[in-house]
Design a protein around this ligand. Structure first.
Ligand SMILES: Nc1ncnc2c1ncn2[C@@H]1O[C@H](COP(=O)(O)OP(=O)(O)OP(=O)(O)O)[C@@H](O)[C@H]1O
Ligand SMILES: [Mg+2]
Length: 379
């Protein structure tokens, strides 16, 4: 019932009841007096009705009024104060950042129903935006962690090459040129990652800013292998490269992000290599899979236990043996790899045997040109 109606009823009851009761008393007493006068009896009310009866009548009258006033106050209180108290409690919860205290508009009527509805609307909207904020903060944190993770690889490589040059390992002009070229490439990788960081902070996006291009598979992987080859050579790891795709095969990919995939996989192969220097081998194979290409990067390192294999792409997952070893890491390298491959519309999986080695396989669809259709690929 609406507040107004409740108030009208209360007002009418409190004002009308005494009037009605008084009127009733006057009518009764008046009638009794008239009758007694006619029979020649008494004159006054006190002569007519004993005093004790009059007193009880007045007391009953006030008790009735008191009970009615109490009931009406309770009735108003129930309709007004308890929903307002609930609303106040709810608003306090919202102010404290708890958006889970719900008020059911169907449980009340009248003006309070509208208030409850507005409260619920506000609560749900705030809850949604708080959720979005938390998600966006989580994503930002994840992106910054990912970039910091990937920045470590080129920095370590640059340090290694500079130390190599200082120790006189680059003892021929060809070697020196190779070292300097690799340092240059690694510095470029860092530059790109730092740029990525700037883009995130500037445009406040939570997604990797991909620049998809049509890439010739053979050219792209030849360059990549050449680059990682120098690094592996300096670590005494043999690198074998096989490319079985047609020289015209192309894919749509972001060359820099794809390099992050390869760098992360190779850095794991290097990190978890347990064979002696000359016996450490990494194979890179590019295979033709009808409408896709499959890249396989295989090492003969320590391998991954069958129980760990299904989890290695999970963020922060590290096998027990990795956690217990001296090899540092946070378990995010392969989660970055998986995300990038999937953002390219591809998929990745690993096969491994403990003690024998690991192979990472990832598949990316080929770019098929539609002859009659002028296709424009937006960067
Ligand atoms: N080539 C590999 N050989 C053996 N184990 C591997 C190999 N690649 C990945 N793993 C296992 O998978 C786990 C997850 O790899 P991931 O790259 O995500 O994390 P990480 O290398 O431990 O740490 P981070 O990459 O953050 O430095 C590793 O801890 C390791 O146990
Ligand atoms: Mg790793």
């Amino acid at each position: 019932m609406k507040f107004k109606t409740r108030l009208y009823i209360t007002f009418a009851s409190i004002a009308a009841l005494p009037i009605m009761l008084f009127t009733l008393c006057f009518i009764v007493v008046g009638k009794v007096m008239i009758r007694l006068r006619q029979t020649g009896g008494v004159d006054t009310v006190s002569d007519l009705v004993p005093k004790s009866i009059l007193v009880s009548l007045w007391i009953s009258f006030f008790i009735i009024l008191f009970i009615i006033a109490c009931l009406l106050t309770r009735w108003i209180g129930k309709g007004v104060f308890s929903p307002i108290n609930d609303l106040g409690f709810g608003l306090k919860q919202v102010a404290d950042g708890n958006f889970d205290y719900a008020l059911d508009p169907e449980s009340v009527k009248g003006e309070v129903k509208e208030l409850y509805k507005s409260y619920e609307e506000m609560r749900l909207r705030l809850k949604e935006s708080a959720g979005e904020k938390i998600e966006s903060e989580d994503n930002n944190r994840e992106l910054i962690t990912n970039i910091s993770h990937d920045l470590k690889t080129p920095i370590t490589a640059i340090k290694g090459y500079v130390e190599g040059i200082m120790d006189g390992v680059a003892d021929s002009p060809e070697k020196m040129e190779k070292y300097i070229k690799t340092i240059y490439n690694k510095a470029n990788d860092m530059d790109r990652l730092i740029n990525e960081l700037t883009i995130y902070s500037k445009i406040d996006t939570n997604r990797i800013p991909y620049t998809f291009l049509r890439l010739n598979v053979a050219d792209y992987f030849n360059d990549c292998v050449e680059e990682v080859g120098v690094e592996l050579e300096s670590k005494g790891i043999e690198l074998n490269y096989t490319n079985l795709v047609d020289s015209q095969t192309r894919i749509i990919a972001d060359p820099e992000q794809l390099k992050r995939v390869i760098n992360n996989i190779i850095s794991n192969s290097v990190k978890y290599m347990d064979k002696e220097k000359e016996k450490s081998i990494i194979d890179i194979r590019i295979l033709d899979e009808a409408d896709a290409i499959k890249v396989e990067i295989e090492d003969n390192g320590r391998g991954i236990a069958a129980k760990d294999l299904p989890n290695i792409f999970d963020r922060f997952y590290r096998s027990d043996s990795s956690r217990n070893s001296s090899k540092g890491g946070s378990g995010i390298g392969l989660s970055i790899v998986k995300k990038i491959v999937e953002d390219h519309g591809g998929y990745i999986y690993a096969t491994s045997k403990e003690g024998e080695g690991t192979c990472m396989h990832f598949i990316i669809r080929k770019y098929e040109e539609i002859k009659d259709d002028e296709q424009n690929i937006d960067n």
